[in-house]
Design a protein around this ligand. Structure first.
Ligand code: PPE
Length: 305
């Protein structure tokens, strides 16, 4: 999806012009993939832009970094402020926000410890990842022949740059096969997640989503879905699901910052059909909450001004 240029990008403490936010070709992370990032959204509200669940995203960035031996030379509060500054200075009502901590220029070789850790925060206007039609009608998915990471090869709790090679293989396979999105299984054969989203099924009125032990990222949207679902009175559990559970589910949907909350229409050509009532109800509350129209979830909105 194309990037729309805005004015400024935060780099190591300074707001620099967009075109000056460049790095050296010998930047360590570019070669070995050890970096961590976040995807965050700011939504337009009656009180100006509000960043959705900003602090949990920055806290996850630090957890990812800890797992991968990256020592971020800033505090959570510093990077929360950096995100708010970046969104504010660019003056856009809504955007996607990409904080990145990466190993910079100056070292080569597999030991990351001596590397300088650089941090950037960029934002730009970005439409929903799987399209407005996907949000309205649902997406067609396939089970990938690529597996999600083994937790002892690539820790799923870390949102590491290099982890996403696996997602890209699955995504391209799905697109080339005529589907919108891929669902990956864990090495143990359980449903894990989509290329960049958590997955949920509804079985007999209960919402079920895979645990991190099945290779799923601890999604911040997933956690919001949990709260919304429970407040709506639905049963919600984290538990292993099999591919056949996807084929026979009453409803299925996915969640992620870039994608938001999107119904799944079909899995491997088994029709689930139009979005069901539980998916619709969760979606409706989610879109109101991100726009600051749900006082019960007010703590989720971090206003820029
Ligand atoms: N699983 C994966 C693998 C994943 O990448 C994401 C977010 C999620 C689950 C959902 O997490 P959360 O955003 O906290 O609800 N994927 C980010 C990157 C996507 C991209 O294509 O880039 C995102 O949605 O921003």
């Amino acid at each position: 999806m194309p990037i729309e240029k805005v004015d400024k990008i935060w780099m190591n403490g300074d707001l620099v012009d967009w075109d000056d936010a460049t790095i050296h070709v010998l930047t360590h992370t570019l070669h070995y993939g050890n970096g961590v990032f976040e995807g965050i959204r700011a939504y337009e509200t009656d009180r100006g832009p509000a960043v959705f669940r900003l602090t949990p995203h920055i806290e996850r960035l630090f957890r990812s970094a800890k797992i991968l031996y990256i020592d971020i030379p800033w505090s959570v509060d510093d990077l929360v402020a950096a995100v708010l500054d970046t969104v504010r200075v660019n003056g856009i009502p809504s955007c996607y926000i990409r904080p990145l901590a990466y190993l910079g220029y100056g070292e080569m070789g597999l030991n990351p410890i001596p590397c300088k850790v650089d941090v950037s925060v960029a934002c730009w206007p970005w439409g929903s990842y799987l399209g407005d039609e996907g949000i309205a009608k649902g997406v067609r998915t396939m089970i990938s022949s690529w597996q999600r990471h083994d937790p002892n090869a690539m820790p799923p709790a870390a949102k590491g740059c290099g982890h996403y090679v696996n997602s890209q293989m699955a995504k391209v396979q799905a697109l080339k096969s005529g589907y919108d999105e891929a669902i990956l299984l864990s090495p143990q054969g359980h449903v894990s997640e989509c290329s960049g989203e958590n997955i949920f099924v509804v079985i007999d009125g209960t919402i079920v989503t895979p645990p991190s032990s099945a290779g799923a990222l601890e999604g911040i949207t997933q956690n919001a879905v949990r709260r919304i679902a429970e407040d709506l009175g639905y049963d919600y559990v984290r538990g292993n699901i099999l591919r056949s559970d996807l084929y026979t589910a009453d409803e299925a949907f996915l969640s992620g910052t870039a994608a938001e909350v999107v119904p799944i229409r079909s899995v491997d050509d088994r029709e689930i059909g139009d979005p069901g009532p539980i998916t619709r109800a969760v979606q409706e509350v989610f879109y109101e909450a991100v726009r600051g129209r749900r006082p019960e979830y007010a703590e989720w909105n971090e206003y820029v001004d």
